[in-house]
Design a protein around this ligand. Structure first.
Ligand SMILES: Nc1ncnc2c1ncn2[C@@H]1O[C@H](COP(=O)(O)OP(=O)(O)OP(=O)(O)O)[C@@H](O)[C@H]1O
Length: 373
């Protein structure tokens, strides 16, 4: 009798096991970001995981690795993928996609979320781009734009370590970056207990201008400059992050024009967007200078640009009537801030050619730091 009972119980448990396993798996997926499965050795790895990383050479953006050229990448011809690393390069540089550990969520943005993680014994930030959001095309384009940051190496720019589109975008795309700091500039601005005196503001302004100078000099327009995309490092310096909207500047570097073939429909946050971008004109590096001006304004006023105002009314005002965030009379009457206010106004001039270049801004800011402040 006992034997029969045990037999039945065994059969029942055998049937139940897959169901229990499935339930456990589902539960784990709720608490854990999906990308973590790459770090689990028990699970099957994607058959081919293309890895992009800085190749220590000039990245020929027009070359598309045939292995990566399927599906969306072929569809988005305006935004070619840089070549993946060859397996030899991956081995020689010790890159291992399997070893990425993804932990706590830091925050989420338009196309995905950023997690704190660990890679090669280093603390990293892992951006997981959600390819399956409502605008898949834009998400894929944003991932490809971020690849441009792989070759940017500058103290004021968040270092991108590697990126992968998973199994040809079939799962999710991830970007592994250095962990730059616990706070971004927007959070500092919002925290009234965190003082933002002039010296600190000028240091930040210089850091961001340095990042823009280097970016523009490397033929890239960031196109989403805003305090939320500036990370504050533990030693209280700035690093520009989030190259998900950036575009390469091909011709006419002096004017900072982006070739019309490179035009994208990816756009930054409306309050920081230059009028020519709102009009749908060809973006230039001067669009970054406009957004930089709004960022400087925010550091000075510690307010949100156009807070609570209707987006369409603001866009119309900015384009048609040169509407800009306002200064209080106290700020305008403060002679100590006159130069800073003037610099902000120059940055958000209606015509791109009237705005200073990052080089000019650096010259001015440095001279003020040395002699006048
Ligand atoms: N390399 C990094 N190190 C530390 N924190 C980071 C890093 N990159 C991004 N973050 C933080 O992760 C959060 C989410 O960043 P993300 O760029 O996805 O969103 P966002 O900039 O707020 O929005 P959007 O992308 O829509 O403009 C932000 O709080 C940002 O400060």
């Amino acid at each position: 009798m006992t034997k029969i009972f045990l037999q039945i119980l065994r059969l029942f448990l055998r049937r139940l096991r897959p169901v229990l396993n499935q339930m456990r798996e589902r539960q784990q997926n709720i608490h854990r970001p999906k990308a973590r499965r790459y770090s689990s050795r028990r699970r099957r790895k994607p058959s081919y995981v293309p890895i992009y990383a800085d190749t220590n050479s000039n990245m020929p953006t027009e070359v598309i690795n045939p292995d990566c050229d399927s599906g969306y990448s072929r569809e988005i011809d305006s935004c070619p993928m840089p070549p993946c690393l060859s397996s030899a390069q991956i081995v020689s540089r010790g890159l291992q996609f399997d070893d990425i550990e993804i932990n706590n969520l830091i925050g989420s943005g338009g196309f995905g979320a950023v997690y704190e993680g660990c890679y090669g014994g280093r603390r990293v930030a892992v951006k997981r781009i959600n390819i399956f959001n409502k605008n898949k095309r834009a998400a894929v384009e944003s991932f490809k734009a971020e690849l441009a940051a792989l070759r940017l190496k500058h103290t004021n720019i968040v270092r991108t370590i590697l990126a992968s589109a998973g199994d040809n975008f079939s799962d999710c795309a991830i970007i592994v970056m250095e962990y730059a700091g616990d706070l971004n500039l927007q959070q500092v601005i919002n925290d009234s207990r965190d003082p933002l005196p002039r010296e600190r503001r000028i240091t930040y302004s210089l850091d961001i201008a340095n990042a823009l100078f280097y970016t523009h000099d490397n033929g890239i327009a960031h196109l989403d400059v805003k305090p939320a995309n500036v990370i504050i490092t533990p030693d209280d310096r700035c690093k520009l992050a989030d190259f998900g909207c950036c575009q390469t500047v091909q011709d006419e570097i002096d004017e900072g024009h982006v070739s019309p073939t490179q035009r994208s429909y990816l756009t930054g946050t409306f309050a920081y967007r230059a009028p020519e971008l709102l009009r749908g004109d060809v973006p230039t590096t001067k669009a970054d200078i406009y957004s930089y001006g709004v960022t400087l304004w925010q550091m000075l006023t510690r307010e949100q640009p156009f807070a609570g105002e209707n987006q369409h009314v603001v866009i119309f005002g900015v384009v048609a009537y040169h509407l800009r965030p306002s200064f209080t009379t106290t700020v305008l009457n403060n002679m100590d801030e006159a130069w800073y206010v003037d610099a902000i106004m120059q940055c958000w001039s209606p015509k791109p050619e009237q705005r200073p270049t990052a080089t000019k801004l650096l010259e001015k800011l440095s001279s003020k730091t040395l002699f006048k402040w």
